[in-house]
Every structure is written in C-alpha cells, then in structure tokens.
Design a protein around this ligand. Structure first.
Ligand code: 13P
Length: 259
C-alpha cells in the first residue's frame, strides 16, 4: 500500500450468499470490531435485493454499499437487468464489473466490461467501477499471465479518459485463487499489481497510474491479509468468503488500517 497516493479499499463480495433477514445481525456484529480511526474505505458488494437493507443496517458504520453487476442498458425491456440509475438511486457507491464468475458463467467480455464501466462513470451516475481482471491456472502455467492481464486492462479501459480512469478501481483476482483457499503469494500478487500499474502508466500517465487503487482478491483472509496489504502496489482487497464473517472481515479492515 502506498497511502500517500491512494486510499486503501477493503471490499467484500458477498456473491450469491446471505439473506436479508441476516444483514442486521451481520452489521451489529461488525460494528464493535471496526477500528475507531479508519484510514481505509470499507465496502460491501451485496446481491441486488439486499442493497436497501444493508444500506440501512450499516448506517453510521462508514461502510459503503456496492453492487456486483450492472446492466449496460439505461431502461426498458431488459427482463432481469438492473440499471446504473437504479443503483445510484439506492445510494450504491461501488459496482464490481467483469468478475471472473460473470465472465465464465455469463459470457461477459472485455467489451461488455468496458461498456459497463462507461455507464457507471456517467456524470449523473458516479458509481466507482471495481474492474476485475485475472488469469486462469492454465494461463499462468503457460506463462501468458502478463499478456492476458494487459489485454483485459486495455479492453476494460478502452476509450476512457485519464480523469475517468482516476475514478476507477482495478481488482486483480487470479481465477485459480478464488474460493480455492489457494492464495497467490505476496510476491505473485505484487508482481501482477505492479504490472497493472505499469500498463496504466503507459496508456495514460504517471499521475493516473499512481492514483489508481489496485486490489488483490482470491482467498484473502484474516491470516494472509496483512502480508498482502504490505505490498507497495496492493491497495486493498476484494474479499469473498471472509467478508461473510464479521470477525474475519474486520481483521482485514484492521490490517489495512495498520499498514
Ligand atoms: P474468495 O475470497 O472467496 O476466494 O473470493 C474472492 C472473490 O472472488 C472476490 O471477488
């Protein structure tokens, strides 16, 4: 982390877990565990139906509410879709786009991720996109990780101005580390996060690269968070499983605070 240039962000991704009846208990348990003076931003990216309830439950905790996806369309006959305006209307501040699970199971492409980023960045919407990138185990073994990551980053940011990129967050999530308990080593995670910053520097400029928060995601937990967050180019975490447990999530938030 480099707190001089970037605010640490600890974002939970609840995926398709949790029920609305359990969110108050979650927030009540989390409250006393949060550090008093927090230098990091805490976010919970929750399933669409839980957004209003979680927003209410975390009121006063300085925890922002995020979504896990957004439609590229503005409104109309798109059954099952949720628009950026609807999210903004609910007070959503962050939105994950291009998660590897959406890429794998819902055919999300770099072009679609790019269109979603543009939608979220529209002036009247102003939701921070958390753009996910990451290689599969096969790609890592074939030694094409950096090419792949570079392609995903360039695809997601295509056509965005430097000013717009400075409003984004990128999350590096190696697919092989998600939900597997197999975390990237701090060296592996740092290497790719540093590379992402280099790609952005070449595409834009030093200022844009320096101010861009880059998160690591993939089996980040209460035990390994401190080591990962100590890396200079890892500015926070995108946390799945551990974000469903208030104790574990708070340990990670505390680790970011102490870094
Ligand atoms: P886990 O932390 O459960 O591995 O999930 C990571 C993730 O996919 C966050 O978006």
């Amino acid at each position: 982390m480099n707190k001089k240039y970037r605010k640490p962000i600890i974002a939970g991704n609840w995926k398709m877990n949790m029920l609305s009846t359990k969110t108050k208990e979650f927030a009540d348990d989390l409250k006393p565990l949060l550090p008093k003076n927090r230098s990091s931003e805490a976010v919970l990216c929750v399933p669409f139906p839980l957004i209003p309830g979680v927003a209410k439950a975390v009121k006063g905790l300085r925890v922002s509410v995020g979504a896990q996806d957004v439609s590229v369309h503005d409104k109309g006959a798109y059954t099952g879709e949720v628009s950026a305006e609807m999210l903004s209307d609910l007070g959503v501040k962050y939105c994950i786009i291009g998660h590897s699970e959406r890429r794998a199971y819902h055919g999300e492409t770099d072009a679609l991720v790019n269109a979603k980023a543009k939608k979220l960045l529209e002036k009247e919407i102003s939701i921070t996109p958390i753009i996910c990138v990451g290689e599969t185990l096969e790609q890592r073994e074939l030694d094409v990780t950096m090419e792949w990551i570079s392609m995903q980053v360039k695809g997601a940011l295509s056509g965005l101005s430097g000013g717009e990129v400075r409003k984004c967050v990128i999350a590096y999530e190696p697919v092989w580390a998600i939900g597997t308990g197999k975390t990237a080593t701090a060296e592996q995670a740092q290497e790719v996060c540093e590379y992402i910053r280099t790609v952005v520097r070449k595409l834009y400029d030093a200022r844009t690269a320096r101010s861009l928060p880059i998160l690591y995601g993939g089996s980040m937990n209460a035990k390994n968070a401190a080591e990962l967050l100590a890396c200079p180019d890892i500015d926070g975490g995108l946390i799945g499983g551990a974000s469903l447990k208030p104790e574990d999530f708070s340990v990670i938030i505390n680790a970011a605070n102490e870094e």
